[in-house]
Ligand binder design. Structure first.
Ligand code: XMP
Length: 518
């Protein structure tokens, strides 16, 4: 690690802090996020080549708002303050920050006022550049040591720079894609101002992660819940490299998996990586606990509880497990600010990360992907040699078909759904559409309608095809699938799947709908 230049990102509680780290990684420069409350000693030991101060949801005008550790000004390294970071710098140097009653949120046009180290030759004075604002407070009086280098209509101090030192502040967010030249700005700060070398790669991440895991785990045993999805598979292969047979992958067959899923996952992971997989057939248990239950939340809770019980008993059977590895990735993490400001700002309560139940509390968590976004996990998986069949799989929810059989779940309905889903997904693959879609699946509705087959009247289920585009699952839109494909899938399903006589296509976006139907 000591060979790379390191960027310290101090987190003041913004939901975008992780995105800053990601942008720095995209530039092949190593960065770490630490809470603003980090000790002076830790900052010195970190030995940053540059420091970025994140945004934050609090107001620097509040008495107990997060403060910049003063030691960073003594290190003589370039500093870039973003939004809250800029305001906190201004306050430290004697400027004034005012709370505004209305939040400024959205796109704004940045006008470059003069060339500077930050706005180098790439930027043309008097030209406008789209930037993204998201703030309540703003700087109202500049400290004497600073000058303004760019402004927008509403933000006279949109970018500022210290007159003699490499300290910069920007009101907008260069880390979001809506700031069109944001990455260029971060690049300039890191490579031209801080002279960082771009020599950090995903391969370095693997080596570092393996070393960390080895050092932490020693000779102890680690258990991992394997789902066959991208995240848990990548964690499994990473841990396998680090600790080999000390890793026990537990794959629970809950009866709510897709067609051939157990066989495919076992085969591809055992064949390619010689992973130690323990498959537990708990189909009967899950289905009997779900009997008679049709409320979506109740179903989720039952599936979650039975999973934990099954998993716990598997761990007990193995014996002496000390660590639990999880494929938690950054978007799964519930809280953002909790670690830094102590005040919890909930982005979303994701269904994967519920925390460990109390009686599993003696297991220590290993989450090597916690700081990565999905596409970074895929990149990592590729480097680790995970087959593209697994890496490019669409997301599949933990409760599986349990939330795709709408209403009460039975084995028979799951069997019907598995067949229909297989036909839809295969048709998408055969027509080169699967990889262009973020997520596609079939759900089974709890209504039957009348149809006619041959000369006979049928009275069978309706199934719904769902295919969406999305970036992160938070918002989504339906895919405009060709009618010919929809028609083909409908014909195949009705002809080949006993139990379905009608197929519909869901054309709602999220919001107002969600991706899953329960
Ligand atoms: P929704 O339905 O909330 O789904 O729009 C967003 C994304 O999350 C997945 N999803 C889940 N994943 N456990 C999971 O691991 C769950 O309980 C769960 N519910 C939804 C969903 O498939 C989509 O990708």
């Amino acid at each position: 690690m000591n060979n790379h230049d390191k960027i310290l990102i101090l987190d003041f509680g913004s939901q975008l802090t992780q995105l800053i780290a990601r942008r720095v990684r995209e530039l092949n420069i190593y960065s770490e996020i630490r809470p603003f409350s980090i000790s002076d000693k830790e900052i010195e030991n970190f030995n940053p080549k540059a420091i970025i101060l994140s945004g934050g949801s609090e107001s620097v005008t509040d008495f107990d708002s997060p403060k910049i550790p003063k030691v960073i000004y003594e290190l003589n390294v370039p500093i870039l303050g973003i939004c809250y970071g800029q305001q906190a710098i201004c306050k430290d140097f004697g400027g004034t920050v005012s709370s505004s009653t209305s939040r400024s949120y959205g796109a704004a046009q940045l006008e470059i006022l003069e060339k500077s180290m930050l706005f180098d030759d790439y930027w043309q004075p008097k030209n406008n550049y789209q930037v993204w604002m998201s703030h309540g407070d703003c700087v109202s009086k500049l400290p004497d040591d600073f000058k303004v280098i760019a402004k927008t209509d509403k933000a006279p101090y949109a970018a500022i720079s210290h007159k003699t030192k490499n300290i910069f502040g920007i009101q907008f967010h260069p880390e979001v894609s809506h700031t069109l030249d944001g990455i260029k700005l971060i690049d300039t700060f890191l490579t031209k101002i801080a002279n960082c070398k771009k020599d950090w790669k995903m391969g370095s991440f693997i080596d570092e992660a393996i070393n960390q895991i080895k050092n932490r785990v020693g000779k102890e045993k680690v258990a991992l819940g394997l789902s066959g999805g991208v995240d848990s598979t990548v964690v499994a292969t990473l841990l396998n490299k680090a600790i080999g047979k000390q890793l026990y992958c537990i794959f629970v067959n809950n009866g709510l998996l897709r067609h051939n899923e157990v066989e495919e996952v076992e085969k591809s992971l055992k064949d390619n990586f010689d992973l130690q997989i323990i498959t537990i057939d708990a189909q009967k248990k899950f289905l009997s606990e779900l009997k008679g239950v049709s409320d979506p939340e109740e179903k989720r809770k039952i599936i979650g509880r039975v999973f934990i019980e099954t998993f716990q008993s598997a761990i007990k059977d193995i014996g002496n497990i000390r660590y639990l590895a999880q494929g938690t990735i950054y978007p799964d993490v519930i809280e953002s600010a909790a670690t830094s400001t102590g005040k919890k700002v909930t982005i979303k309560s994701h269904h994967n990360v519920g925390g460990l139940p109390k009686d599993m509390g003696n297991l220590k968590l290993i989450e090597p992907l916690r700081l990565l976004f999905k596409d970074e996990v895929r990149k990592l998986g590729k480097e680790l040699g995970v087959p593209s069949l697994i890496l490019n799989r669409h997301p599949f929810p933990g409760p599986g078909l349990g939330i795709r059989v709408i209403g009460e779940v039975t084995e028979e309905k799951c069997d019907i759904l598995r067949k229909a889903d297989y036909i839809f997904i295969n048709t998408l693959k055969e027509n080169g559409l699967y990889d262009k879609i973020w997520q596609a699946y079939v759900a089974l509705l709890p209504v039957k309608t009348v149809g006619v087959m041959g000369d006979a009247r049928t009275y069978q289920h309706i199934c719904v095809l769902r295919a969406v585009t999305s970036v992160d699952g938070m918002t989504a839109d339906y895919v405009d699938l060709p009618h010919s494909i929809l028609g083909l899938v409908a014909r195949k399903i009705v002809n080949e799947v006993q139990g379905i006589n009608r197929v519909v296509y869901d054309i709602t976006s999220k919001p107002p709908a969600t991706i899953e139907m329960e």
